[in-house]
Design a protein around this ligand. Structure first.
Ligand code: IPD
Length: 333
């Protein structure tokens, strides 16, 4: 079933997403600031994988946000990281669906590295249409609604009136990347460290940065990128792309709650998000496929500002990335 919506409804959903961020922000900040308190040992909830952390704060924030959505957005569905981790079935349908990561960058949150955020996305017909990402430690609020642009503001500002439109780069649109060798690239190792998962990622990161091919990856090209960065939060890596700071972000292994809000904010900043290994996918398949490649906004060759020329320049970089990284499957179980 296909759902229709008006611009006014979309705006009200964006306002509601910002309202959720305002509720969650002080709670996340309190958890961040009290992490060295005597109760800190109670912060971590064991999941059986020492690299896949969850805290009582993730659970508390998700519970609060979910209850607010259930009360105020009747008939809307909900997918949340901790709800799914708790064993609930949450399939993506065409219905308006709030997709939430209560704390993206939980490892940073636990260690006091201030790159964590709440990520709140809304899909309709399986397409991300509203995104709100809020890092309360830095008071950075990233927002977008489909067709209405992307903004960076502070939590108590009106994004459109007082915020800065994304990307922040000048001139706008920025020139296209001539090649991957000129790029600042973000990539993550993720939390699944089983050999069969981590090894191809390490090879991919090696080839994104390396000058020379490796006999361990026959047939794979190399990117020789300017640098590789890992912020430790998929959503904030995407926001660095939306701002025009990172040129490319590649990760296999994240989930729809890590990227849903980021996808619409990146798109509204002029960037693209595609399958990380080069498959042709619908938005629903992209969201649930766990392989993501994000490329910043730009104009086309010779300053051509048409959307087609920009997309051609972005596709050129995407193809280069796909020729460098390992072609990985990423099952959901
Ligand atoms: C994780 C972070 C991390 C990324 C993982 C995500 P979480 O989310 O975004 O940077 O590498 O793939 O699952 O567990 O902190 O919400």
């Amino acid at each position: 079933m296909s759902y229709t919506y008006t611009t006014a409804e979309l705006e009200s959903y964006l306002d509601f997403g910002i309202h959720l961020a305002k509720l969650a922000g002080p709670v996340i900040l309190e958890g961040f600031n009290t992490r060295f308190s005597p109760e800190r040992s109670a912060l971590l909830v064991k999941k059986g994988n020492t690299a896949d952390l969850v805290t009582e704060w993730d659970q508390k924030v998700e519970k609060m946000v979910r209850a607010e959505i259930a009360e105020k957005m009747k008939g809307h569905s909900f997918i949340g990281e901790e709800t799914v981790a708790g064993g609930e079935e949450c399939g993506l349908t065409d219905a308006p669906t709030w997709i939430v990561d209560p704390i993206d960058g939980t490892t940073n949150f636990v260690h006091g590295f201030p790159f964590s955020c709440i990520s709140i996305g809304l899909t309709i017909n399986q397409e991300p249409v509203v995104g709100v990402i809020y890092n309360p430690m830095m008071n950075q609020l990233f927002t977008a609604a489909k067709g209405q642009g992307a903004y960076l503001s502070k939590i108590d500002e009106n994004p459109r009136e007082q915020g800065r439109r994304l990307p922040l780069s000048y001139p706008h649109p920025a020139p296209p990347l001539p090649s991957l060798s000129m790029a600042l690239v973000a990539g993550e190792y993720g939390s699944d460290r089983k050999a069969e998962v981590i090894d191809p990622k390490v090879k991919s990161m090696r080839n994104l940065s390396a000058r020379d091919p490796s006999p361990a990856t026959p047939g794979r090209a190399v990117g020789h990128a300017h640098g590789i960065r890992c912020l430790g939060s998929a959503a904030l890596n995407m926001m660095a792309v939306a701002q025009g700071q990172f040129d490319v972000y590649w990760e296999v292994g994240c989930w729809e709650w890590d990227v849903c809000a980021g996808i619409i904010i990146v798109r509204e900043s002029g960037g693209v998000v595609v399958d990380g290994c080069g498959r042709e996918v619908t938005d629903g398949q992209l969201l649930t496929g766990r392989r993501f490649l994000t490329i910043r906004g730009c104009c086309g060759e010779d300053g051509d500002t048409s959307p087609e020329a920009a997309l051609a320049a972005q596709k050129k970089i995407a193809k280069e990335v796909w020729s460098v990284v390992e072609d990985m499957e990423c099952p959901r179980k």
